[in-house]
Design a protein around this ligand. Structure first.
Ligand SMILES: [Zn+2]
Length: 478
Protein backbone atom coordinates (compact mmCIF):
# COMPACT_ATOMS: atom_id res chain seq x y z
CA UNK A 1 0.00 0.00 0.00
CA UNK A 2 1.41 3.39 -0.95
CA UNK A 3 1.93 5.81 1.86
CA UNK A 4 0.45 9.21 1.15
CA UNK A 5 1.75 12.30 2.90
CA UNK A 6 0.32 15.78 2.81
CA UNK A 7 3.22 17.99 1.78
CA UNK A 8 3.02 21.57 3.05
CA UNK A 9 5.30 22.57 0.19
CA UNK A 10 2.84 21.57 -2.54
CA UNK A 11 -0.29 21.62 -0.36
CA UNK A 12 -1.15 18.22 -1.76
CA UNK A 13 -1.22 14.65 -0.65
CA UNK A 14 1.65 12.94 -2.43
CA UNK A 15 2.82 9.36 -2.74
CA UNK A 16 5.76 8.92 -0.45
CA UNK A 17 9.00 7.88 -2.10
CA UNK A 18 12.19 7.88 -0.07
CA UNK A 19 15.51 9.06 -1.47
CA UNK A 20 17.14 5.75 -0.69
CA UNK A 21 14.95 2.64 -1.02
CA UNK A 22 14.09 1.14 2.34
CA UNK A 23 15.47 4.09 4.31
CA UNK A 24 13.96 7.31 5.60
CA UNK A 25 15.69 10.38 6.97
CA UNK A 26 13.48 12.56 9.13
CA UNK A 27 14.12 15.71 11.13
CA UNK A 28 11.72 17.42 13.53
CA UNK A 29 12.44 20.67 15.33
CA UNK A 30 12.72 19.92 19.00
CA UNK A 31 12.29 21.88 22.21
CA UNK A 32 14.21 24.80 23.64
CA UNK A 33 15.33 23.21 26.87
CA UNK A 34 14.77 26.01 29.37
CA UNK A 35 11.70 24.50 31.07
CA UNK A 36 9.61 21.32 31.38
CA UNK A 37 7.67 20.41 28.26
CA UNK A 38 3.99 21.30 28.46
CA UNK A 39 0.86 19.92 26.93
CA UNK A 40 1.17 22.18 23.86
CA UNK A 41 4.57 20.61 23.03
CA UNK A 42 3.26 17.09 23.42
CA UNK A 43 1.35 17.03 20.14
CA UNK A 44 4.45 17.34 17.99
CA UNK A 45 6.41 14.93 20.16
CA UNK A 46 3.72 12.22 20.13
CA UNK A 47 2.68 12.66 16.51
CA UNK A 48 6.16 12.44 15.01
CA UNK A 49 6.91 9.47 17.25
CA UNK A 50 3.93 7.77 15.60
CA UNK A 51 5.16 8.76 12.13
CA UNK A 52 8.56 7.23 12.89
CA UNK A 53 6.94 4.08 14.28
CA UNK A 54 4.63 3.67 11.31
CA UNK A 55 7.48 4.08 8.82
CA UNK A 56 9.26 1.30 10.70
CA UNK A 57 6.06 -0.75 10.77
CA UNK A 58 5.96 -0.74 6.97
CA UNK A 59 9.59 -1.76 6.83
CA UNK A 60 11.70 1.37 6.54
CA UNK A 61 14.88 1.87 8.47
CA UNK A 62 14.36 5.33 9.93
CA UNK A 63 17.00 7.85 10.98
CA UNK A 64 15.13 10.35 13.10
CA UNK A 65 16.62 13.51 14.57
CA UNK A 66 14.94 15.79 17.11
CA UNK A 67 17.29 18.58 18.11
CA UNK A 68 17.65 20.31 21.45
CA UNK A 69 18.03 24.08 21.35
CA UNK A 70 20.31 24.40 24.33
CA UNK A 71 21.44 28.01 23.92
CA UNK A 72 19.23 31.03 23.18
CA UNK A 73 17.89 34.18 24.83
CA UNK A 74 15.41 32.30 27.01
CA UNK A 75 18.06 29.95 28.34
CA UNK A 76 20.49 32.79 28.99
CA UNK A 77 17.86 34.83 30.82
CA UNK A 78 16.67 31.94 32.98
CA UNK A 79 20.20 30.77 33.80
CA UNK A 80 20.99 34.30 34.98
CA UNK A 81 17.86 34.40 37.13
CA UNK A 82 18.66 31.06 38.69
CA UNK A 83 22.34 31.76 39.13
CA UNK A 84 23.33 28.67 37.15
CA UNK A 85 25.15 28.19 33.89
CA UNK A 86 23.34 27.77 30.59
CA UNK A 87 24.71 24.26 30.35
CA UNK A 88 23.52 23.22 33.82
CA UNK A 89 20.07 24.53 33.02
CA UNK A 90 19.99 22.72 29.66
CA UNK A 91 21.26 19.47 31.21
CA UNK A 92 18.48 19.57 33.77
CA UNK A 93 15.68 20.05 31.25
CA UNK A 94 17.12 17.58 28.75
CA UNK A 95 17.08 14.96 31.48
CA UNK A 96 13.50 15.97 32.31
CA UNK A 97 12.53 15.79 28.61
CA UNK A 98 13.74 12.19 28.41
CA UNK A 99 11.84 11.24 31.57
CA UNK A 100 8.64 12.99 30.51
CA UNK A 101 8.58 11.69 26.94
CA UNK A 102 9.28 8.18 28.20
CA UNK A 103 6.12 8.57 30.25
CA UNK A 104 4.33 9.39 26.99
CA UNK A 105 5.70 6.18 25.45
CA UNK A 106 7.79 8.18 23.00
CA UNK A 107 10.61 6.09 21.61
CA UNK A 108 14.01 6.58 20.18
CA UNK A 109 15.38 9.54 18.26
CA UNK A 110 18.81 11.05 17.95
CA UNK A 111 18.89 14.28 19.98
CA UNK A 112 21.86 16.46 19.04
CA UNK A 113 22.49 19.68 20.94
CA UNK A 114 23.33 23.01 19.37
CA UNK A 115 26.31 23.55 21.68
CA UNK A 116 27.84 20.28 20.51
CA UNK A 117 27.68 21.40 16.88
CA UNK A 118 29.22 24.86 16.92
CA UNK A 119 32.08 24.05 14.47
CA UNK A 120 29.56 22.73 11.92
CA UNK A 121 27.40 25.83 12.39
CA UNK A 122 30.37 28.19 11.96
CA UNK A 123 31.40 26.32 8.80
CA UNK A 124 27.83 26.57 7.48
CA UNK A 125 27.70 30.33 8.06
CA UNK A 126 31.13 30.76 6.45
CA UNK A 127 29.90 28.84 3.43
CA UNK A 128 26.92 31.19 3.08
CA UNK A 129 29.16 34.27 3.32
CA UNK A 130 31.41 32.71 0.72
CA UNK A 131 28.41 32.34 -1.60
CA UNK A 132 27.59 35.99 -0.96
CA UNK A 133 24.10 35.22 0.40
CA UNK A 134 25.13 36.30 3.91
CA UNK A 135 27.13 39.20 5.30
CA UNK A 136 28.88 40.21 8.49
CA UNK A 137 27.79 43.42 10.15
CA UNK A 138 29.14 44.68 13.46
CA UNK A 139 29.95 41.18 14.75
CA UNK A 140 26.58 39.73 13.66
CA UNK A 141 26.05 37.72 10.50
CA UNK A 142 22.80 38.01 8.50
CA UNK A 143 21.25 36.06 5.67
CA UNK A 144 20.38 38.15 2.64
CA UNK A 145 16.78 37.06 2.28
CA UNK A 146 16.25 38.68 -1.10
CA UNK A 147 18.94 36.40 -2.52
CA UNK A 148 16.68 33.39 -2.09
CA UNK A 149 13.92 33.46 -4.65
CA UNK A 150 11.91 30.64 -3.15
CA UNK A 151 11.56 32.37 0.23
CA UNK A 152 7.92 31.85 1.20
CA UNK A 153 7.63 28.41 -0.46
CA UNK A 154 6.60 26.64 2.74
CA UNK A 155 4.33 29.21 4.36
CA UNK A 156 3.02 30.27 0.92
CA UNK A 157 3.68 33.93 1.58
CA UNK A 158 5.53 36.22 -0.76
CA UNK A 159 8.36 38.48 0.18
CA UNK A 160 6.43 41.72 -0.49
CA UNK A 161 3.65 40.63 1.88
CA UNK A 162 6.19 39.73 4.47
CA UNK A 163 8.09 42.96 4.09
CA UNK A 164 4.87 44.85 4.58
CA UNK A 165 4.34 43.37 8.02
CA UNK A 166 7.84 43.75 9.35
CA UNK A 167 8.62 46.64 11.63
CA UNK A 168 11.77 48.42 10.62
CA UNK A 169 14.12 47.74 13.45
CA UNK A 170 16.07 50.45 15.16
CA UNK A 171 19.16 48.32 15.07
CA UNK A 172 20.89 49.35 11.86
CA UNK A 173 23.06 46.28 11.45
CA UNK A 174 20.75 44.64 8.93
CA UNK A 175 20.86 45.77 5.33
CA UNK A 176 17.22 44.88 4.80
CA UNK A 177 14.46 44.40 7.40
CA UNK A 178 13.62 40.82 6.39
CA UNK A 179 17.22 39.63 6.64
CA UNK A 180 17.62 37.24 9.53
CA UNK A 181 20.45 36.52 11.90
CA UNK A 182 22.82 33.56 11.46
CA UNK A 183 25.36 34.51 14.11
CA UNK A 184 24.84 36.84 17.06
CA UNK A 185 27.60 38.89 18.58
CA UNK A 186 27.92 38.11 22.30
CA UNK A 187 26.86 40.71 24.81
CA UNK A 188 29.28 41.16 27.66
CA UNK A 189 29.23 38.28 30.14
CA UNK A 190 27.12 36.11 27.81
CA UNK A 191 28.02 32.54 26.86
CA UNK A 192 29.98 32.64 23.58
CA UNK A 193 32.15 30.80 21.08
CA UNK A 194 34.96 32.11 18.89
CA UNK A 195 34.26 32.60 15.21
CA UNK A 196 35.76 34.42 12.22
CA UNK A 197 33.36 37.28 13.12
CA UNK A 198 34.36 37.50 16.78
CA UNK A 199 32.83 35.98 19.88
CA UNK A 200 29.18 35.09 19.61
CA UNK A 201 26.60 32.32 19.28
CA UNK A 202 24.38 30.86 16.56
CA UNK A 203 21.02 32.31 15.60
CA UNK A 204 18.07 29.95 15.96
CA UNK A 205 17.38 28.85 12.36
CA UNK A 206 20.94 27.94 11.43
CA UNK A 207 21.20 25.15 14.00
CA UNK A 208 18.60 22.98 12.24
CA UNK A 209 20.20 23.46 8.82
CA UNK A 210 23.60 22.48 10.16
CA UNK A 211 22.40 19.52 12.20
CA UNK A 212 20.09 18.12 9.51
CA UNK A 213 23.01 18.19 7.05
CA UNK A 214 25.45 16.68 9.54
CA UNK A 215 23.30 13.86 10.86
CA UNK A 216 21.01 13.11 7.91
CA UNK A 217 22.42 14.57 4.70
CA UNK A 218 22.01 17.62 2.46
CA UNK A 219 18.55 16.56 1.32
CA UNK A 220 16.33 14.65 3.73
CA UNK A 221 13.05 12.85 3.19
CA UNK A 222 10.79 14.41 5.81
CA UNK A 223 11.07 17.64 7.75
CA UNK A 224 8.49 18.09 10.47
CA UNK A 225 7.38 20.45 13.19
CA UNK A 226 4.45 22.38 14.59
CA UNK A 227 2.61 24.63 12.12
CA UNK A 228 3.76 27.71 14.01
CA UNK A 229 7.27 26.92 12.71
CA UNK A 230 6.36 27.29 9.02
CA UNK A 231 7.23 30.93 9.15
CA UNK A 232 9.79 32.18 9.78
CA UNK A 233 11.72 29.17 11.09
CA UNK A 234 11.26 26.65 8.29
CA UNK A 235 11.47 29.28 5.56
CA UNK A 236 14.79 30.37 6.98
CA UNK A 237 16.06 26.80 7.36
CA UNK A 238 15.19 26.04 3.74
CA UNK A 239 16.75 29.33 2.53
CA UNK A 240 20.02 28.58 4.32
CA UNK A 241 20.31 24.91 3.34
CA UNK A 242 19.18 25.31 -0.24
CA UNK A 243 21.45 28.31 -0.79
CA UNK A 244 24.48 26.43 0.51
CA UNK A 245 23.83 23.03 -1.05
CA UNK A 246 21.97 24.01 -4.19
CA UNK A 247 19.33 21.32 -3.59
CA UNK A 248 16.12 20.98 -1.58
CA UNK A 249 16.46 20.64 2.20
CA UNK A 250 13.52 18.22 2.38
CA UNK A 251 11.19 16.47 -0.05
CA UNK A 252 8.22 16.39 2.33
CA UNK A 253 7.38 19.08 4.85
CA UNK A 254 4.88 18.00 7.49
CA UNK A 255 3.26 20.26 10.08
CA UNK A 256 0.97 19.38 12.93
CA UNK A 257 -1.78 21.83 13.85
CA UNK A 258 -2.14 23.49 17.24
CA UNK A 259 -3.49 22.06 20.41
CA UNK A 260 -5.99 24.56 21.81
CA UNK A 261 -6.90 24.61 25.46
CA UNK A 262 -10.63 24.99 25.17
CA UNK A 263 -11.89 27.32 27.80
CA UNK A 264 -10.10 30.47 28.60
CA UNK A 265 -10.08 29.98 32.34
CA UNK A 266 -8.47 26.61 31.95
CA UNK A 267 -6.10 28.02 29.40
CA UNK A 268 -4.96 30.67 31.82
CA UNK A 269 -4.54 28.41 34.78
CA UNK A 270 -3.17 25.45 32.85
CA UNK A 271 -2.01 26.60 29.41
CA UNK A 272 1.71 26.72 29.43
CA UNK A 273 1.64 25.92 33.12
CA UNK A 274 0.30 22.42 32.54
CA UNK A 275 3.49 20.47 32.22
CA UNK A 276 3.61 16.86 31.12
CA UNK A 277 5.37 16.18 34.39
CA UNK A 278 2.35 17.39 36.41
CA UNK A 279 -0.07 15.64 34.13
CA UNK A 280 1.72 12.30 34.46
CA UNK A 281 1.47 12.41 38.24
CA UNK A 282 -2.23 11.65 38.07
CA UNK A 283 -2.71 10.34 34.56
CA UNK A 284 -1.22 7.74 32.31
CA UNK A 285 0.82 8.78 29.29
CA UNK A 286 -1.28 6.46 27.13
CA UNK A 287 -4.36 8.58 27.86
CA UNK A 288 -2.70 11.72 26.52
CA UNK A 289 -1.47 9.75 23.49
CA UNK A 290 -5.07 8.70 22.90
CA UNK A 291 -6.25 12.33 23.13
CA UNK A 292 -3.59 13.49 20.68
CA UNK A 293 -4.07 10.64 18.21
CA UNK A 294 -7.87 10.81 18.25
CA UNK A 295 -7.70 13.97 16.13
CA UNK A 296 -6.03 14.02 12.73
CA UNK A 297 -2.73 15.85 13.03
CA UNK A 298 -3.65 18.58 10.53
CA UNK A 299 -6.84 19.51 12.39
CA UNK A 300 -6.79 21.76 15.44
CA UNK A 301 -7.18 19.76 18.62
CA UNK A 302 -9.39 21.14 21.33
CA UNK A 303 -8.28 19.99 24.72
CA UNK A 304 -10.57 20.43 27.70
CA UNK A 305 -11.01 19.13 31.23
CA UNK A 306 -12.93 16.10 29.96
CA UNK A 307 -10.41 15.01 27.34
CA UNK A 308 -8.31 12.80 29.55
CA UNK A 309 -11.30 11.17 31.26
CA UNK A 310 -12.79 10.22 27.92
CA UNK A 311 -9.43 8.94 26.76
CA UNK A 312 -9.03 6.89 29.92
CA UNK A 313 -12.29 5.07 29.25
CA UNK A 314 -11.23 4.28 25.68
CA UNK A 315 -7.73 3.16 26.56
CA UNK A 316 -9.01 0.99 29.41
CA UNK A 317 -11.44 -0.71 27.03
CA UNK A 318 -8.59 -1.65 24.69
CA UNK A 319 -6.40 -2.78 27.54
CA UNK A 320 -9.09 -4.91 29.16
CA UNK A 321 -9.67 -6.72 25.93
CA UNK A 322 -5.94 -7.28 25.40
CA UNK A 323 -5.34 -8.38 29.01
CA UNK A 324 -8.26 -10.81 28.84
CA UNK A 325 -6.88 -12.37 25.67
CA UNK A 326 -3.51 -12.89 27.28
CA UNK A 327 -5.04 -14.26 30.45
CA UNK A 328 -7.24 -16.61 28.48
CA UNK A 329 -4.25 -17.89 26.53
CA UNK A 330 -2.17 -18.27 29.67
CA UNK A 331 -4.80 -20.34 31.45
CA UNK A 332 -5.38 -22.41 28.33
CA UNK A 333 -1.69 -23.23 28.17
CA UNK A 334 -1.67 -24.09 31.87
CA UNK A 335 -4.59 -26.44 31.38
CA UNK A 336 -2.87 -28.07 28.45
CA UNK A 337 0.38 -28.42 30.37
CA UNK A 338 -1.44 -29.96 33.30
CA UNK A 339 -3.15 -32.46 31.06
CA UNK A 340 0.21 -33.09 29.45
CA UNK A 341 -1.54 -33.78 26.24
CA UNK A 342 -0.36 -30.77 24.32
CA UNK A 343 -3.53 -31.09 22.27
CA UNK A 344 -5.73 -28.10 21.79
CA UNK A 345 -9.40 -28.45 22.58
CA UNK A 346 -11.66 -29.02 19.62
CA UNK A 347 -13.12 -25.93 18.16
CA UNK A 348 -15.68 -25.12 15.56
CA UNK A 349 -14.12 -24.17 12.26
CA UNK A 350 -16.60 -21.33 11.89
CA UNK A 351 -15.38 -19.47 14.90
CA UNK A 352 -11.75 -19.81 13.88
CA UNK A 353 -12.55 -18.54 10.40
CA UNK A 354 -14.49 -15.64 11.88
CA UNK A 355 -11.55 -14.62 14.04
CA UNK A 356 -9.16 -14.91 11.12
CA UNK A 357 -11.36 -12.67 9.02
CA UNK A 358 -11.82 -10.10 11.79
CA UNK A 359 -8.07 -9.92 12.37
CA UNK A 360 -7.34 -9.47 8.68
CA UNK A 361 -9.99 -6.79 8.32
CA UNK A 362 -8.82 -4.85 11.35
CA UNK A 363 -5.19 -4.92 10.24
CA UNK A 364 -6.11 -3.86 6.71
CA UNK A 365 -8.26 -1.04 8.09
CA UNK A 366 -5.40 0.03 10.34
CA UNK A 367 -2.88 0.05 7.52
CA UNK A 368 -5.22 1.81 5.11
CA UNK A 369 -5.85 4.55 7.67
CA UNK A 370 -2.23 5.11 8.59
CA UNK A 371 -1.06 5.13 4.98
CA UNK A 372 -3.62 7.81 4.18
CA UNK A 373 -1.58 10.71 5.60
CA UNK A 374 -1.39 9.16 9.08
CA UNK A 375 -5.08 9.05 9.84
CA UNK A 376 -4.63 8.03 13.47
CA UNK A 377 -8.29 8.47 14.53
CA UNK A 378 -9.29 5.81 11.99
CA UNK A 379 -6.38 3.62 13.04
CA UNK A 380 -7.69 3.74 16.60
CA UNK A 381 -11.12 2.74 15.31
CA UNK A 382 -9.48 -0.31 13.72
CA UNK A 383 -8.05 -1.22 17.11
CA UNK A 384 -11.51 -0.91 18.69
CA UNK A 385 -12.90 -3.18 15.96
CA UNK A 386 -10.25 -5.71 16.87
CA UNK A 387 -11.17 -5.40 20.56
CA UNK A 388 -14.83 -5.98 19.70
CA UNK A 389 -13.95 -9.12 17.74
CA UNK A 390 -11.79 -10.33 20.61
CA UNK A 391 -14.54 -9.74 23.16
CA UNK A 392 -17.04 -11.63 21.00
CA UNK A 393 -14.66 -14.51 20.62
CA UNK A 394 -13.89 -14.78 24.30
CA UNK A 395 -17.51 -15.64 24.97
CA UNK A 396 -16.85 -18.93 23.27
CA UNK A 397 -16.46 -21.73 25.83
CA UNK A 398 -13.49 -23.40 24.24
CA UNK A 399 -11.26 -20.75 22.79
CA UNK A 400 -8.44 -22.04 20.60
CA UNK A 401 -4.86 -21.01 21.24
CA UNK A 402 -4.25 -20.19 17.57
CA UNK A 403 -7.14 -17.75 17.42
CA UNK A 404 -6.17 -16.12 20.71
CA UNK A 405 -2.61 -15.78 19.47
CA UNK A 406 -3.73 -14.22 16.19
CA UNK A 407 -5.79 -11.63 18.07
CA UNK A 408 -2.93 -10.88 20.46
CA UNK A 409 -0.47 -10.54 17.58
CA UNK A 410 -2.75 -8.08 15.77
CA UNK A 411 -3.08 -5.98 18.94
CA UNK A 412 0.68 -5.96 19.30
CA UNK A 413 1.25 -4.97 15.68
CA UNK A 414 -1.04 -1.97 15.93
CA UNK A 415 0.37 -1.05 19.27
CA UNK A 416 3.91 -1.02 17.93
CA UNK A 417 2.71 2.18 16.24
CA UNK A 418 0.10 3.61 18.62
CA UNK A 419 1.52 2.59 22.04
CA UNK A 420 -1.76 2.52 23.95
CA UNK A 421 -1.46 -0.86 25.67
CA UNK A 422 -0.04 -1.06 29.16
CA UNK A 423 2.39 -3.85 28.37
CA UNK A 424 5.36 -2.42 30.20
CA UNK A 425 3.48 -2.06 33.42
CA UNK A 426 2.03 -5.55 33.14
CA UNK A 427 5.54 -6.86 32.76
CA UNK A 428 6.89 -4.89 35.65
CA UNK A 429 3.98 -6.01 37.85
CA UNK A 430 4.73 -9.59 36.83
CA UNK A 431 8.34 -9.11 37.82
CA UNK A 432 7.32 -7.58 41.13
CA UNK A 433 4.99 -10.52 41.86
CA UNK A 434 7.79 -12.99 41.05
CA UNK A 435 10.09 -11.13 43.39
CA UNK A 436 7.53 -11.14 46.22
CA UNK A 437 6.85 -14.83 45.80
CA UNK A 438 10.54 -15.55 46.05
CA UNK A 439 10.77 -13.41 49.13
CA UNK A 440 7.83 -15.28 50.64
CA UNK A 441 9.54 -18.62 49.97
CA UNK A 442 12.67 -17.32 51.64
CA UNK A 443 10.63 -16.07 54.62
CA UNK A 444 9.06 -19.51 54.99
CA UNK A 445 12.43 -21.23 54.80
CA UNK A 446 13.74 -19.00 57.55
CA UNK A 447 10.48 -19.43 59.50
CA UNK A 448 9.68 -15.73 59.32
CA UNK A 449 5.97 -16.49 59.34
CA UNK A 450 4.78 -12.95 59.88
CA UNK A 451 6.60 -11.69 56.77
CA UNK A 452 5.36 -14.67 54.75
CA UNK A 453 1.76 -13.92 55.80
CA UNK A 454 2.19 -10.25 55.10
CA UNK A 455 3.29 -10.96 51.52
CA UNK A 456 0.46 -13.45 51.07
CA UNK A 457 -2.07 -10.82 52.20
CA UNK A 458 -0.53 -8.26 49.89
CA UNK A 459 -0.72 -10.57 46.89
CA UNK A 460 -4.33 -11.49 47.66
CA UNK A 461 -5.16 -7.80 47.66
CA UNK A 462 -3.54 -7.52 44.24
CA UNK A 463 -5.85 -10.29 43.06
CA UNK A 464 -3.00 -12.79 42.77
CA UNK A 465 -3.59 -16.40 43.71
CA UNK A 466 -0.49 -18.37 44.68
CA UNK A 467 -0.60 -22.14 44.37
CA UNK A 468 1.86 -24.77 45.52
CA UNK A 469 2.19 -27.42 42.82
CA UNK A 470 4.55 -30.38 42.50
CA UNK A 471 6.46 -28.34 39.91
CA UNK A 472 6.86 -25.48 42.33
CA UNK A 473 5.01 -22.25 43.01
CA UNK A 474 2.57 -20.99 40.39
CA UNK A 475 0.56 -17.83 40.44
CA UNK A 476 -2.35 -16.47 38.50
CA UNK A 477 -4.71 -13.56 38.52
CA UNK A 478 -8.13 -14.01 40.08
ZN1 LIG B 1 14.23 23.75 13.14
Amino acid sequence: MTLKIYNTLTRMKEDFKSIEPGKVTMYACGPTVYDYIHIGNSRMVIFFDVVRRYLEYVGYEVSFVVNFTDVDDKLIRKANEMGSSVQELADKYIQAYHEDTKGLRVGKALNPRVTENIPEIVAFVSGLIHKDVAYESGGDVYFRTESFEKYGQISHKNLEDLQHGIRVEVDGRKKSPQDFVLWKKAKSGEINWSSPWGKGRPGWHIECSAMAAKYLGETIDIHGGGEDLQFPHHECEAAQSESLHGKPLAHYWMHNAFLNIENEKMSKSMGNGLTIRQLLKENRGEWLRFVILSTHYRNPLNYNGESLHQAEAGVERLNNSFANLRYRLQTLEQVNAAQETGNLPDLGQNEAAEVKQAVEQALAHFNRSMSEDFNTPDAITAMFDLAAAANRYMQVDKAAADSLKALIAAFEQMDAVLQLLYTEEAESVDEEVDRLIEERQEARRTKNWSRADEIREFLINLGIIVEDTPQGIRWRRK
